[in-house]
Write a protein that binds this ligand. Sequence first.
Ligand code: IPM
Length: 481
Amino acid sequence: MTGQTLYDKLWSQHLVKERDDGTALIYIDRQLLHEVTSPQAFEGLRLAGRKPWRLDANLATPDHNVPTTFKERAEGNAGIKDPVSLIQVQTLDDNCIEFGIEEFKINDPRQGIVHVVGPEQGATLPGMTVVCGDSHTATHGAFAALAHGIGTSEVEHVLATQCLLAQKMKNMQVRVEGKLGTGVTAKDVVLAIIGRIGTAGGTGYAIEFAGSAIRELSMEGRMTVCNMAIEAGARVGLIAVDDTTIEYLAERPFAPRGEQWQAAVADWRNLVSDADAQFDKVVTLDASEIEPQVSWGTSPEMVTGISGEVPDPVEQGDDTVKRGYTRALEYMGLAPKQKITDIRLDKVFIGSCTNSRIEDLREAAKVARGKKVADSIKLAMVVPGSGLVKRQAEAEGLDKIFTEAGFEWREPGCSMCLAMNADKLGAGEHCASTSNRNFEGRQGYGGRTHLVSPAMAAAAAIAGHFVDVRRFDAQSAAEEA
Ligand SMILES: CC(C)[C@H](C(=O)O)[C@@H](O)C(=O)O
C-alpha cells in the first residue's frame, strides 16, 4: 500500500461512515461562527426544537458587520448605524446567549476576524476538522487541520449533530522550492500560485502547500497562503505540522496543557504526508522567481509581478480570455500594456483575514516608518485582525508609526475587504488592498481593488502609485537627496 497524504490522514481519522457512492459523514471538531451565516442555522435549530450537540465545539465572534472607528465601537452594538448590520450582530449575541455558545462580543478584547481569532486562541489545533460558514476557513489548514467553509444549512447540521455530509476531494500538492527574495512575502507566493494555476486550478482538490519556501514561512505567512486556497478554487489548503506549528500553539488559551500537551504534540508530529504518498496533481514553483505581486483585474488570477504590465487582451489566444480581459480592463479603468507602477491609488486598505496579523502590520510599519502618506491618497487605513493583535501592535508602537505617517488606525473587523460595514470604496476608486478578492464591487459599488502584500500596500500609500517595495527604501532615499 502506498503512503497517505496529510489530507488522506485527516479524512480517515474523521470518517464516521462512507457509502458506496462516495457520500460520507465526517466528524467535526470545531465550528467557528460569525454573524452573517449563522442566523438561519440557529433559527432552524429553534424551529426543530433542537439543541447544539456539543457546546464547547463552537466559538463565535462578530466580524463582517462591525464598525471600525473608535467612536462607534465605544458605543458597543448601538454604534452600528446600518440597521441590517445591527440585526446580524445583535442576533448572533442573542443566539449565543440562548443556546449557550461562547462568543467574543464586539468589545471583548478577543473579538476579531474569525479566522484570526481561532488560531490566536488555539481554538484551531492540528488534526482537527474545522468548519465555519465562510469560504476563508481554509486559513486554518495552515495548522494541518482539515478546514473548509460550509453553507448555512450545514452550519445548522453541524450544530445539531457535530457531523457533516462530505465527499472526499482529490489530492494536489503545490511545492514552492528555494528562497524568497527580500521583500517577497507569503501573500506574493499565494498570488503567484493563483496566477499560475488559475482560480479553477484547485477545484475538487485539497491543496497541500509544501517545499522549502513554505517550510520557511512563519505560521502567519502559512495562514496567508492557506487563506487564499479558495481563491485558487480549492476549499481546503493544508500545511504539514513542524516545529513552527507547535511553537506557535504552546500556551494558547484553548490549547491543551501539561501531559495532554505532550501527548497531543506526539500525535501531531504524524500530521505530514508520507514520503511515498501519491498526489493526483503536483505543481512546482521556483521561489526565487516570485516578485512582489499586484492584481490588475477582477479575479485573483489576473495578477502579475510589480515589474510587469497590464496585459493586452488582443494578444490573448483564447476568445473567452480575450473577452474576460477586455471586460476587466474596462471595469478597472486600465489600458493594455500600462505599467503596473503607473497605476495610481485613491485608497489603501491593510487588513482582512488574509493579512491583518501582527507580522503583517510589522511589515507594513517597516515601510511606513518615518514617511508620509501621499497627498493624493484619500484614505489609508490599517485594521488589525483582532483586539489582541491591536493590543500587541500598540505595545510595539506600530499604531504611532502608522498614524504619524497619515494612516488611520482602526478597531478590528473585516472592514473594507468586503464593505459590509461603513468602510467602502467609491465608484472608480483604485485601492491597494491586502485582502483576498478583487471582484467587481467587492469593496464598494464600482470600486477597483488591487490585491497586494502589506509591505506593497504601505509603499503604495506613500508613493501614491504602485512601487517595487524591494527598491522602495533606496528609491525614497534617492528622491530625498
Ligand atoms: C460572508 C461570507 C459568507 C463570505 C465568504 O464565505 O467568503 C465572506 O467572508 C467573503 O469573504 O466573501
